[in-house]
Write a protein that binds this ligand. Structure first.
Ligand code: SF4
Length: 484
């Protein structure tokens, strides 16, 4: 007999349930997907795969095996855009040898470049914007019927609805973890960022639609959902201007409702913005057993002048006050963030403040990026004019120094866990050693561990693991429960 595993929050146990059914595999024609960029793009790719699945497509193992190649693009940095076109260049050669092959470009580069993609890459059959993914099956049918250069980039959400994705059943990569988009776009217009142009203004998905999806996921055996949004804790702000039932509904209210779904074990959300992470949300994280103690909250720079030039809307002092509040109110919370180095005009002294900020905020994981000018943004225009341009070698040097500092702090924090027992949601076999299992702690640390039980016995369960070794990015341990 299987025992129901017990998960704990603040020492209080709660019961998890067994896995039930799994999603059906794809079948028929073959599609190969390449996804660049953020979790939102990964989630969109899962939605598009779901749509193609309904059309009878199977997932190809490689590009050479596919009838349809799709690249879901990112435009956050020049390198990501270059990478997208480099894939297309490779696919052009494949298409030469197999003229029946179809190529589609989706995502932020498509949204921004529109039919300009066909000028640069005329062999592309389909270009789809960030809010037109529901049109993919129709356009794919047209492409296979012999039409070329098909374009769909009009903004669905300007119709004031998120419905264009609500009814799609995604084809998810994992059987345990699921991304769920709850808000899209951004109203902040930071001076370096293209998201408000590529994803448009903020729009929140209606709670009924999210609750329906997460209930379905839980009944299918999914154990963890990550609520996604470029500014996820701004969820619901736009309800005030829309025809919705409860205009005061926000992320906190949603977390309370999701926490009641019996089969679900863990809820995460990302990415937070310091101006939207309210006391109500912090209280929800602190008190709800299924909401994990992990907050990803980009700071971007530790220097007030740079923060102002980035138009982030807060000072370093305000950011630190927020972080202090998180550590005080949410026991065991881990904080991660994003930083940009080499922003136009950043001096060595200003960069040093970012280095200090990582130590001050005790961040365990930081995505560090060298500033990359984006056309159409104010900072991109400063660079074009040659104002405050930081040479590439200086950017790379700062990137390395900041990464080294993050590694040092992460190593030191993880060392403190040696000998402790942590709760891990089992996600499957370790990629590096298939005799080991892997999962993550409540505060998002990767744990690889040995267990007398099999993957089948533990998949999707919360188990207790004693930490025996640590590195900056993962923990190694042994399963200490006497039963699965
Ligand atoms: S908050 Fe700033 S960095 Fe984040 S998506 Fe919006 S504009 Fe971009």
């Amino acid at each position: 007999m299987f025992l129901l595993p017990l998960c704990e929050k603040n020492g209080i146990p709660y019961v998890s349930s067994h896995l039930t059914q799994k999603p059906a595999p794809l079948s028929g024609k073959k599609v190969f997907f390449e996804t660049l960029g953020c979790q939102m793009n990964k989630s969109d790719s899962e939605l598009m795969l779901g749509l193609l699945n309904q059309q009878g497509f199977e997932l190809a193992e490689s590009e050479r095996d596919a009838d349809l190649l799709v690249i879901n693009t990112c435009q956050i940095r020049g390198s990501a855009e270059d990478k997208a076109y480099s894939y297309l260049g490779r696919w052009k050669k494949l298409k030469r040898s197999r003229p029946g092959l179809k190529i589609a470009m989706t995502g932020c580069v498509s949204q921004q470049t529109k039919d300009g993609v066909f000028n640069r890459a005329p062999y592309v059959d389909i270009v789809i914007g960030t809010q037109n993914i529901h049109q993919l099956p129709d356009l794919v049918n047209q492409a296979f019927a012999g039409e070329h250069n098909l374009l769909a980039v009009d903004r669905q959400k300007e119709r004031n609805t998120f419905d264009y994705v609500s009814d799609i059943t995604p084809r998810r990569e994992s059987d345990i973890l699921a991304w769920v988009s709850i808000i899209e776009g951004c109203d902040y217009f930071c001076t370096y960022c293209v998201v408000p142009y590529t994803r448009g203004r903020q729009i929140s998905r209606e709670p009924e639609s999210i609750l329906r999806e997460v209930n379905e996921l839980a009944s299918m055996g999914f154990k963890e959902v990550t609520l996604l949004g470029q500014t996820v804790d701004a969820y619901g702000k736009d309800f005030k201007d829309r025809e919705v039932k409860n205009k005061d509904y926000g992320l906190a209210e949603l977390l309370y409702e999701l926490n009641e779904i019996p089969q679900l074990e863990r809820i995460r959300f990302m990415t937070s913005h310091p101006l939207d992470l309210s006391d109500k949300i912090i209280d929800a994280v602190a008190s709800l057993p299924k909401v994990m103690e992990y907050i990803h909250i980009p700071m971007q720079s530790g220097d007030n002048t740079i923060l102002e030039r980035m138009r982030r809307g807060y000072t370093r002092e305000e950011y630190f006050a927020l972080v202090d509040k998180l550590y005080e109110r949410i026991p065991g919370v881990s904080i991660s963030g994003d930083f940009i180095v080499g922003f136009p005009g950043e001096t060595e002294e200003q960069f040093q403040r970012s280095l200090e900020a990582i130590e001050r905020a005790q961040m365990v994981l930081v995505n560090v990026a060298a500033y990359s000018p984006r056309k159409q943004t104010p900072a991109g225009i400063w660079e074009e004019r040659g104002e405050g341009v930081i040479p590439d070698d200086v950017k790379q040097d700062r990137l390395q120094r900041l990464n080294a500092e993050v590694k040092r702090i992460a190593e030191s924090k993880n060392t403190q866990l040696l000998g402790q027992t942590v709760e891990v949601l089992v996600e499957g076999k370790s990629k590096r050693n298939e005799n080991r299992l892997t999962g993550r702690t409540r505060n998002n640390k990767v744990v690889n561990f040995d267990s007398p039980f099999s993957e089948d016995e533990l998949l999707g369960r919360c188990v207790n693991v004693k930490v025996l070794e640590t590195t900056a990015w993962s923990l190694l341990g042994e399963h200490v429960d006497n039963s699965p």
